[in-house]
Design a protein around this ligand. Structure first.
Ligand SMILES: Nc1nc2c(c(=O)[nH]1)N[C@H]1C(S)=C(S)[C@@H](COP(=O)(O)OP(=O)(O)OC[C@H]3O[C@@H](n4cnc5c(N)ncnc54)[C@H](O)[C@@H]3O)O[C@H]1N2
Ligand code: MOO
Length: 385
């Protein structure tokens, strides 16, 4: 058995960064930027009014009056200059005319014909300086593109964004006992569940998951289904990783193992290697084992293929709420719940078949190999789920 750290390093070494591609901005959501983007203009490109009102010069006081000599709207500048005693009607987003130094909001003005008199003063200049948001040449560093980033890129006049090609991950569930949700299981069958969590996890990270048909427990069928994974950047099998007579994944034709078995709980039978040259991760079948290994190894591989520098999970720290006994020779990733503090409470039941517990968990409390007993109040590492 190898350590979790060694297993992760080996998984990351199997994952190569994929090539970039250019997509229209409207298709950029959830994609990983491959190179920085550069603003092509200042924003705002001119001093802009922040309010509806009147643009005036100087530092006027209540009671002062001005002649309205023109109008500036968003998209329609006033070409003239504002001199002493003059004002321009102005609207939010409009370029502030030459000579004007502040915008008096219309609530602070009485208008009679083409004259205005100040009745109040909100005190602000109400002018957004040119380039206050960003300047031409400013750059946006690579990131997973969220909706806010797309608006920023659009404002920068970046119409297309260069992103890493999405890693295509083929998911192959194995086992005679499995049927898909909605099908009628036989008396000795269960519903295949793990692939649904893994697909959602992969896609939330910017990958594309292809769920292949369930492979029954014969070498021939496993080979057929693995053949359908052609074109995938990463093949992920679920189940059939352990030592039973029907655990066939490690013996699949074309599979060259890099490692098998990791000193961890859950997830001991994890394996990785290449299937006919394509990186392959063999997840254990127990639902919690498959999903925990998905967080610890599969998502880091997806991130590495995207070219993300932050591929490996980074543990955080929380205060333990209960005493825990010494840990054994396998690192334990205990399903746990976080509270304010943060405080962390492991669930009493840690069987790796319990999806109902995983559903209530929002963290994995990490108990390192051979960790001594812990007391309530001790600081412990965890990974958020
Ligand atoms: N003698 C030993 N037996 C086992 C060992 C061991 O070291 N020695 N390891 C145990 C551990 S730890 C795990 S984890 C499991 C993993 O075994 P496999 O990867 O071979 O998984 P299966 O046997 O195929 O399935 C285990 C369990 O999970 C259910 N399963 C499988 N796939 C799915 C799926 N897609 N969705 C939902 N549930 C699934 C399957 O029905 C089994 O109940 O081995 C232990 N045994
Ligand atoms: O360690 Mo196995 O991965 O369920 O319980």
């Amino acid at each position: 058995m190898i350590s979790v750290e060694d297993a992760l390093a080996r998984c990351l070494a199997l994952a190569q960064v994929l090539p970039p591609e250019t997509v229209p901005l409207a298709q950029g959501a959830g994609r990983w930027m491959a190179v920085p983007a550069t603003a092509r203009r200042d924003q705002p490109p001119f001093p802009a009014s922040a309010m509806d009102g009147y643009a005036v010069a100087g530092d006027p006081a209540v009671g002062d009056s001005f002649l309205v000599v023109g109008e500036a709207g968003a998209g329609h500048a006033f070409a003239g200059t504002i001199g002493p005693g003059e004002a321009a009607r102005i609207f939010t987003g409009a370029p502030v005319p030459e000579g004007a130094t502040r915008v008096v909001i219309q609530e602070d003005v009485r208008r009679e014909g083409d004259r205005i008199t100040l009745t109040g003063a909100d005190g602000g200049a109400n002018i957004r300086p040119r380039g206050q948001d960003f300047r031409a040449g400013d750059s946006l560093a690579p990131r997973l593109l969220r909706p806010n980033d797309l608006a920023l890129l659009a404002a920068m006049n970046v119409a297309q964004v260069t992103v890493t090609r999405r890693p295509v991950v083929a998911l192959v569930a194995t086992g005679d006992e499995l049927v898909m949700p909605g099908e009628e299981p036989g008396p000795d069958q269960i519903i295949a569940s793990n692939g649904f969590a893994l697909k959602a996890m992969i896609e939330a990270e910017g990958g594309l998951a292809r769920m292949l048909p369930i492979a029954r427990d014969t070498e021939a069928e496993l080979e057929t289904v693995l053949g359908l994974a052609e074109g995938a950047d990463l093949i992920v099998t679920i189940g059939g990783a352990s030592v039973g007579d029907h655990d066939l994944v490690g013996r699949a034709a074309g599979f060259a193992a890099d490692f098998w078995k990791v000193a961890m709980r859950p997830g001991k039978p994890l394996m990785a290697g290449r299937l006919n040259g394509v990186p392959m991760l063999g997840l254990p079948g127990n639902p919690v084992s498959a999903i925990v290994c998905g967080h610890l190894f599969l998502l880091p591989m997806v991130r590495a293929m995207l070219g993300r520098p932050d591929a490996a999970p980074v543990p955080r720290e929380a205060r333990l709420t209960v005493d825990l006994p010494a840990n054994g020779p396998r690192a334990h990733y205990m399903r746990a719940r976080l509270a304010a503090g943060p405080a962390i409470s492991p669930f009493d039941r840690q069987d790796s078949a319990l999806l109902s517990i995983l559903g209530q968990a929002d963290a994995l409390l990490i108990r390192p190999v051979d960790a001594p007993p812990c007391r309530a109040g001790d600081t412990v590492p965890y990974l958020p789920l």
